[in-house]
Design a protein around this ligand. Structure first.
Ligand SMILES: NC(=O)c1ccc[n+]([C@@H]2O[C@H](COP(=O)([O-])OP(=O)(O)OC[C@H]3O[C@@H](n4cnc5c(N)ncnc54)[C@H](O)[C@@H]3O)[C@@H](O)[C@H]2O)c1
Length: 383
């Protein structure tokens, strides 16, 4: 297949590019280094140094005898994107190219505006490039479980059957995001649904939970091919922060009461999910929404898992509750359906003690590079 990956230098985009190229697909990636630039601007650089796309692609191609093609440009530039889509004629576009940090989107006006314009701009351009040049192309778009928020009812897989005054209709599941970033994902989904039902696009929108993992099959061959690893409060996930805090001897910072429940998944499962979605494209005029996570637990449970894994490595891990910088429920009902990808034969890799131990060991190799100032919250939802 010809696969175009938007955001191919990112945490998920780069491993996806390598995995698909190694399966023999024609892979072309685009990135404008937005993530690297924002990390530099906010003093949130990755823990391990990460070669740029030019170097990574050269290294990968030489190591595996494959050829990933790459382009450095901003996907909000429609002329550039549409000419690439016209020339490459992708059968699948995987769209990762967004500003993915909730705290970044809540810093202030310029950051919120940049997040809104970038995320909606890339989605809109991808849609129009497909309409004009590749109408049969399957768009696989990364959304987030955060689109749903934490409603007091079960979360369905994208859609809800509503009965009202004796009549029924199927609607997009009601969404109420907790940050401007997550709200741009809600708007993306609405935009996609409009163009799917109006122009007959084929789209799979993957509602993904936080992803963890430091390695893939390809990076096992050469560490320099590893995905980026951010551990700060802006670009690091709660899993990464806790692991780094454990290694650095800083108490794990649980925000508020720690009852926030989320659905998590292993990076290896993101790769599987995207591949499963790609290999079973939807019909034209269909928007398929799949909830992409494999297990759910609270922040307190996550902290305890990290503490237990640390103990096995001889690290004493303390857990501390700090004032929650976010506006969110700290204890709530949470039961999200996630059967769609299992029905497509996803084989989950769970967050076992061994998995956490392996990540802790890798981080211990870079202990000296940890900057403790980066792990405490610098962005508040209140200001
Ligand atoms: N990593 C997670 O835990 C997670 C969870 C849920 C959803 N997601 C979603 O998955 C996608 C990928 O996430 P990630 O963790 O790999 O993020 P990332 O920031 O590492 O990757 C996104 C990549 O897209 C690029 N990009 C952004 N805007 C661009 C533009 N206008 N033109 C060209 N390139 C652009 C960035 O430079 C970056 O390399 C995002 O849409 C994110 O919202 C991620």
């Amino acid at each position: 297949m010809r696969i175009l990956i938007l955001g191919g230098d990112g945490y998920l985009g780069w491993p996806t590019a390598m995995a698909f190229a190694n399966e023999g697909h024609d892979v072309c990636v685009v990135d404008n280094y937005l993530r690297r630039n924002l990390a530099r601007e906010t003093n949130s650089e990755a823990l391990m140094s990460c070669p740029n796309l030019h170097e990574r692609v050269g290294l990968f191609n030489a190591t595996f005898g494959r050829k990933i093609d790459y382009h450095i440009f901003d996907c909000t530039d429609f002329a550039r994107l549409e000419s690439l889509v016209a020339a490459f004629a992708p059968e699948t576009i995987i769209h990762y190219a967004e500003q993915p940090s909730a705290p970044y989107s809540m810093i202030g006006f310029p950051e919120a505006q940049r997040t809104l314009n970038n995320n909606l701009g890339v989605t809109f351009n991808a849609i129009w490039a497909i309409i004009r040049h590749a109408p049969d192309c399957h768009l696989v778009k990364l959304g987030t479980m955060g689109e749903y928020g934490t409603p007091n009812i079960d979360i369905e897989e994208g859609w809800l059957d509503v009965s009202h005054n004796g009549r029924r209709h199927k609607f997009l599941y009601p969404r109420q995001a907790g940050s401007l970033y997550h709200t741009t994902k809600v708007l993306d989904t609405d935009l996609l649904w409009f163009y799917v039902r109006t122009y007959g696009l084929r789209v799979t929108d993957l509602m993904q939970g936080p992803v963890y993992g430091l390695d893939t099959n390809e990076s096992a061959a050469d560490k320099r091919l590893a995905p980026s690893f951010h551990y700060d409060d802006i670009f690091g996930t709660v899993v990464n922060r806790f692991l780094v805090q454990a290694v650095a001897g800083i108490p794990l910072t649980v925000y508020g009461r720690g009852g926030q429940t989320r659905g998590y998944l292993n990076l290896l499962d993101t790769l599987q999910c995207v591949e499963l979605a790609m290999k079973s494209p939807v019909e034209r005029g269909e928007l398929r929404i799949l909830n992409q996570f494999t297990e759910q637990f609270t922040v307190n449970e996550l902290a305890q898992r990290v503490r237990d894994a640390g103990k096995r490595l001889g690290i004493e891990v303390r857990i501390e509750s700090i004032e929650n910088p976010r506006k969110e429920l700290e204890e709530h009902y949470y039961n999200a359906r996630h059967s769609g990808l299992l029905e497509l034969r996803l084989k989950p890799h769970f967050m076992t003690e061994e998995v956490l131990e392996k990540m802790l060991s890798r981080i211990m190799e870079c202990r000296d590079a940890i900057d403790p100032k980066k792990v405490m919250p610098r962005v508040s939802w209140r200001s």
